[in-house]
Write a protein that binds this ligand. Structure first.
Ligand code: HEM
Length: 386
């Protein structure tokens, strides 16, 4: 039995998204249409789930598949069918590839990365304070994650003017070729001269041990580069903006770890609903049964505001604990860069708070320009003063 009172198919996106606001219609849908039928601009209809428990089920339950969507005209917001690399796979292929990268983030490696992130952040802030005001996006939020992921992978930071544009079209699926071709060039160099960065390790895993195909290697490396800076860069900028506008300033360094989690919960970073999962068997969720062969979108931003799980869900509470948000995903596709993302966010926000505790907006809130048309929400620039 479906509990949905509204049987009509809703057009998705419901409204054009505004800045970092979550459309209030989600509160209605979560309560009244937990299994909501939506029609997307391309690829037809799907289900949308918005409750925290349903979202987690769809993301973790092996009766839902990503691989089953490959080669289909998947419901989506953009015209292109987006090849997703790892996100198009199910276990055991997924597990095989994830293991190759997960090994990179050992506790010791991550601590070294933290030390390096502190140095990079301190240098960037040193440069910021030489002036009376700065652009937090261009001067810190973008260069920190780019530098970190480049050093980790072994991609020359100097190539940034080339690959930033390619990474964007890679992420939206509009054109994946330029970034893949760029990666193929770097992989070729490693074959001539091996290196001990992550890319070198992946080339060795391919050539020495046959643990992945050439196509998987290129997609994985390109995916790590693209996912490795766009997401964190926008999350840093959005986080600072949210603290300055909701809390009137930065939080003290000791509150930064819980603030980072709360900002991952509270800020809807994804512009739209993301990648559907396909039921391979009938599965019963809160609002009824999803039939085998149907597509379901698990809306993480809506789940992160579920009042069943989060008290005062629309309040930014940097002391919230526990905080079982799904901002970094859940289950088998849980963000592979989660440790790196967390450490960059923590280092950026703590160092800013130590160095510039009086940080404030350097321009009227209404005058700020937000990106449009991409996969992620974020500011084009964030003028700040101190
Ligand atoms: C604030 C920063 C970040 C956020 C909010 C974020 C969020 C996410 C989410 C929600 C997913 C799951 C997508 C899904 O299930 O449909 C994901 C997957 C992924 N993320 Fe992140 N991410 C961040 C940073 C990073 C970084 C720094 C890297 C790279 C080092 C990275 C690499 C990946 C990869 C490779 C996947 C796919 C994993 C798979 O399919 O199994 N992410 N991320």
């Amino acid at each position: 039995m479906r509990v949905s009172t509204n049987r009509e198919v809703r057009s998705y996106p419901f409204t054009e998204y505004q800045r970092l606001e979550l459309d209030p219609v989600y509160d209605y849908i979560r309560e009244n249409e937990p299994l909501c039928r939506v029609r997307l601009p391309y690829g037809g209809e799907a289900w949308l789930v918005t409750r925290h428990d349903d979202v987690r089920t769809v993301l973790v339950d092996s009766r839902f598949s990503r691989a089953a969507g490959v080669g289909r005209d998947e419901p989506r917001v953009t015209p292109h069918v987006q090849p997703r690399g790892m996100l198009d796979m199910d276990p055991p292929d997924l597990t095989r590839l994830r293991k190759l990268v997960a090994g990179t983030f050992t506790a010791r490696r991550v601590e070294r990365l933290r030390t390096r992130a502190v140095t990079v952040t301190t240098d960037l802030i040193d440069r910021m304070v030489e002036h009376e005001s700065a652009d937090l996006v261009g001067d810190l939020a973008v260069p920190l994650p780019i530098t970190m992921i480049c050093e980790l992978l072994g991609v020359p930071v100097a190539d940034r003017p080339d690959f930033t544009g390619w990474a964007q079209t890679f992420l939206t699926g509009a054109d994946t070729e330029p970034l893949l071709a760029y990666m193929a060039g770097l992989v070729g160099q490693r074959r001539e001269r091996p290196t001990d960065d992550l890319l070198g390790a992946l080339v060795e895993a391919r050539d020495g041990y046959g643990k992945l195909t050439e196509h998987e290697l290129l997609f994985l490396a390109a995916g790590l580069l693209a996912a490795g800076f766009e997401t964190t860069a926008n999350q840093i900028g959005n986080s600072v903006y949210a603290m300055l506008t909701h809390l009137g300033g930065l939080v003290p360094p000791k509150l930064v770890p819980s603030a980072v989690e709360e900002l991952l919960r509270f800020l809807p970073l994804a512009a739209t609903v993301g990648t559907p999962r396909w039921a391979v068997e009938d599965v019963t969720l809160s609002g009824g049964t999803v039939r085998a062969g149907e597509a379901v979108f698990a809306d993480r931003s809506a789940a992160n505001r579920d009042p069943r799980v989060f008290r005062h869900p629309h309040r930014l509470d940097v002391t919230r604990s526990p905080n079982p948000h799904v901002g970094l995903g859940h289950g088998i596709h849980y963000c592979l860069g989660a440790q790196l993302a967390r450490l960059e966010l923590q280092v950026a926000l703590a160092t800013l708070s130590e160095r510039l505790p009086e940080l404030r907006l350097g321009a009227a809130q209404e005058s700020l320009t937000w990106r449009t048309g991409g996969a992620l929400r974020g500011l084009v620039a964030l003028p700040v003063a101190w």
